[in-house]
Design a protein around this ligand. Structure first.
Ligand SMILES: [Zn+2]
Length: 146
């Protein structure tokens, strides 16, 4: 399984993560059939944004309506890890079950190595099982070192 994110949007994800650093950023990847065509930034309203993210409910509703009107869907939810690797934390896994109606695909941008951001994607199912997805960009598997 894979998620397709054009290079220009991967750059957009990294720049969002860097702007909000050291807080976690969050947002939505919008598109159709596993192909992302828009990065939609959301406000992280968590009271502990350095290690958690919570999307603003009003913004989420608005984004959902906008996506629906344009015949698209939420392909994934994204957030950053500013001090840890790009793998879902225990909190991410338990939250994933709650936000499953939004999307069960999660993209994480890790800034643990500031000069070498890493983007990874995962599916988290209702049983809290995590499966890594291939991030495909411009027809090729994405590698952080590119
Ligand atoms: Zn996380």
């Amino acid at each position: 399984m894979s998620i397709k994110i054009p290079r220009v949007l991967l750059a957009e994800l990294i720049s969002h993560a860097m702007v909000d650093d050291p807080d976690e950023c969050c947002g939505l990847l919008i598109g159709t059939g596993g192909v992302v065509d828009e990065v939609h930034r959301m406000t992280n309203v968590s009271t502990k944004p350095i290690s958690r993210y919570t999307m603003q409910p009003g913004e989420l509703l608005e984004a959902r309506q906008k996506a629906r009107l344009s015949g698209r869907e939420f392909v994934a939810i994204y957030h950053s890890h500013t001090f840890s690797q790009g793998y879902p934390s225990r909190t991410d896994i338990s939250n994933a079950v709650e936000v499953a109606s939004t999307s069960n695909c999660h993209v994480i941008i890790s800034l643990v190595e500031k000069t070498r951001p890493v983007i990874r994607a995962f599916k988290i199912n209702g049983e809290s099982e995590v499966t890594e997805l291939i991030v495909e960009t411009d027809g090729e598997p994405y590698r952080a070192s590119d």
